[in-house]
Design a protein around this ligand. Structure first.
Ligand code: PMP
Length: 410
């Protein structure tokens, strides 16, 4: 009996720091879609946040060579000297930023970098400003670190971007950080120099507020959009700006788990303390692979971005051709974040009324067998996110099915 009770988890009480954090909506949809697929239903999953390309061969080769050289042990705490040097080069070459090696940190994915930064700096009740729609981990990480996420709705009318007025109004004496992500997951919206400028001017007036920018999708930008990062635009903020990036999206290396950041030395040191008591160091083999990624040929990045652009155009046109959907053209990343206000209030063939974006996404999964994620998962409704990191053939089929399912609503 006692054993049974233990197995069922009787008496388990989660720590308060995680009790308000639910299982992500994205994960739940993935589980349902996966189960339907196993039942033999032809489900198309447009939920994954990773490129469908393979990691390039020269990167895999570098990992193999590192293993053969015996680089299979713990490394320096927050990055090997070789990888930090490659990151310093990258920041100089691509962003015109001159970080010293002690101003660079490497972690197990950009997610761990964000986690280290929040754990190292946020005290109970400190506020962190997050524009919505946002990548869900932002608010969860802030909450785990004891902070209070301050969510600011930024809808399609502002291009899903934070404005200076809204930022100014959200800052209080407890504000510790502002988190910005460009190009954005989930909206694909990106901040050009002219979008960042007014925000940086606000931050110059509030010296207690630090800026974390997540540049993960830097290399996936389209048309004539010119990627910039705030540390490049405003050196006066550099002593309180953390520039986060990683190899996951650019080099199709999501499973290798390497992310990095450049920022003020004292912050980098504090982040290393958190890392030293959580993971000790990032994987030695993955670090060697990342050196090859950053130092190796970069020309294929443009080809991949071009391929994503064709898919973006296909998806945006397909969605906008459907009555009741409204899709802004994203500047980057591999997501569309489409408005679905026109679907609310409609009734499915089964007689269910669509009341929310989550209802709409559930209907698309049931009726069209297409898995997409509701805006509510990213803090802004009524919208839904499509990840178009999949083949054009699959995207065309998904769009045909979505259009047909929408046509069956009355
Ligand atoms: N930032 C954003 C905006 C992301 O979408 C992701 C991955 N979904 C990450 C950071 C984390 O990337 P990783 O941990 O794989 O480096």
């Amino acid at each position: 009996m006692t054993i049974n009770a233990t197995v069922k988890g009787a008496g388990f009480r989660p720590a308060s720091r995680i009790s308000s954090i639910g299982v992500s909506e994205i994960l739940k949809i993935g589980v349902r879609a996966g189960a339907m697929k196993r039942e033999g239903k032809p489900v198309i999953i447009l939920g994954a946040g990773e490129p469908d390309f393979d990691t390039p061969d020269h990167i895999k080769q570098a990992a193999w060579e590192a293993i053969q050289r015996g680089e299979t042990k713990y490394t320096a705490l927050d990055g090997t000297p070789e990888l930090k040097a490659a990151i310093r080069e990258k920041f100089e070459r691509e962003n015109g930023l001159a970080y010293g090696l002690d101003e660079i940190t490497v972690g197990t994915g950009a997610k761990q970098i964000l986690f280290n930064a929040m754990m190292a700096t946020v005290d109970s009740g400190d506020e962190v400003i997050i524009p919505t729609p946002y990548w869900t981990s932002y608010s969860d990480i802030v909450q785990i670190s004891g902070g209070r996420p301050v969510l600011i709705a930024c809808d399609a009318s502002s291009g899903f971007r934070l404005t200076a007025e809204r930022l100014e109004a959200a800052i209080t004496p407890r504000t510790r950080w502002v988190l910005l992500n460009s190009p954005s997951n989930p909206s694909g919206a990106a901040y050009g120099a002219e979008d960042y400028r007014p925000l940086l001017d606000v931050l110059l007036r509030h010296p207690h507020v630090w800026l974390l920018v997540d540049d993960m999708y830097e290399h996936i930008v389209y048309d004539d959009f010119r990627f910039v990062t705030p540390a490049q635009l405003e050196p006066r903020l550099n002593d309180r700006t953390l520039t986060v990036n990683g190899v996951s999206k650019a080099y199709a290396m999501t499973g290798w788990r390497i992310g990095y950041a450049g920022g003020p030395r004292e912050l980098i040191k504090a982040m290393a303390v958190v890392q030293s008591q959580s993971t000790s160091c990032p994987s030695s083999v993955s670090q060697a692979a990342s050196v090859a990624a950053l130092n190796g040929p970069q020309d294929f990045l443009k080809d991949r971005a071009d391929s994503f652009k064709r898919r973006r155009d296909l998806v945006v046109a397909g969605l906008n051709a459907i009555d009741g959907l409204d899709c802004r053209v994203p500047e980057g990343a591999f997501y569309t974040f489409s408005g679905c206000a026109g679907m609310l209030g409609k009734v499915t063939p089964n007689g269910k009324t669509i009341g929310t974006d989550a209802d709409f996404c559930a209907y698309l999964l049931d009726d069209a067998h297409v898995a997409v994620v509701p805006g509510s998962a990213f803090g802004l409704s009524p919208f839904f996110r499509i990840s178009y990191a999949t083949s054009e053939a699959e995207l065309k089929e998904a769009l045909t099915r979505i259009a047909a399912a929408c046509g069956r609503l009355s």
